[in-house]
Design a protein around this ligand. Structure first.
Ligand SMILES: CC(C)(COP(=O)(O)OP(=O)(O)OC[C@H]1O[C@@H](n2cnc3c(N)ncnc32)[C@H](O)[C@@H]1OP(=O)(O)O)[C@@H](O)C(=O)NCCC(=O)NCCS
Length: 193
């Protein structure tokens, strides 16, 4: 088993994957850059976006975010990207594959379309499709999982449209506005692995 794991890890060209650009419908995903981080911080702190995220990011600074980006660039289990409106070449959000378990070929997925003018216009769905391509075709993973709060209908709809299924419901798992909400665990399986 150890040997099988090592072979898989050796096969991945991390540098190439981290530089990958994938276009899908109305979006392009491309490597996240230092320049993007000022905008990223504003998005992460925006209460209308932050209510859907796992961390409050209250004390986030540019220095901390830069440190995070450096970690991501050297990590063997994380791949982060900026999302662009392909037509306008405009930076509109971030997405990433995280916590890759190379032995079991499982990863977690995260996304924010930070520019709220772009919500509900299929940019998220196109991005999720691009990430599925990356995870299943380039990284040869067999499962992507994610966690989403039950009040995030827009996200749940977008995930379902892309083939994610609800795997588990974590009951009263998240406190928001004085109420304990369920968290959904969703997953999509690569049938070709
Ligand atoms: C979640 C997110 C990535 C989805 O991307 P998006 O571009 O807004 O979503 P899409 O337009 O691709 O798809 C959304 C679907 O939900 C529907 N929808 C839109 N607004 C909705 C709302 N307020 N309530 C319920 N459904 C809604 C859309 O109609 C669409 O489904 P349809 O095409 O079948 O009609 C994006 O909204 C976002 O980044 N939100 C903030 C951060 C976040 O929630 N991240 C995910 C954390 S798990």
């Amino acid at each position: 088993m150890e040997q099988a794991t090592k072979q898989t890890i050796d096969y991945i060209d991390y540098r190439a994957i981290k530089k990958t650009k994938i276009s899908e419908g109305k979006i392009l995903i491309r490597p996240l850059t230092k320049k993007d981080l000022y905008q990223t911080i504003n998005w992460l702190k925006d209460p209308q976006i932050n209510k859907f995220l796992a961390s409050n990011f209250n004390d986030l600074t540019y220095e901390k975010e830069l440190e995070w980006l450096k970690e991501m660039k050297s990590s063997l289990i994380d791949f982060v990207f900026g999302i662009e409106d392909i037509k306008l070449k405009k930076y509109i959000g971030n997405c990433g594959i995280h916590k890759v378990d190379w032995e079991n070929k499982i990863c977690e997925f995260g996304i924010i379309i930070g520019d709220k003018n772009y919500w509900g216009k299929n940019f998220g769905t196109d991005t999720i499709k691009a990430i599925i391509k990356l995870a299943f075709k380039k990284l040869n993973l067999q499962k992507i999982r994610l966690f989403v709060y039950e009040y995030n209908d827009r996200a749940i709809n977008a995930y379902k449209k892309c083939g994610f299924k609800i795997k588990d419901i974590l009951i009263k798992d998240h406190l928001f506005e004085n109420y304990y909400w369920n968290t959904l665990e969703m997953e999509i399986i690569n049938e070709n692995v």
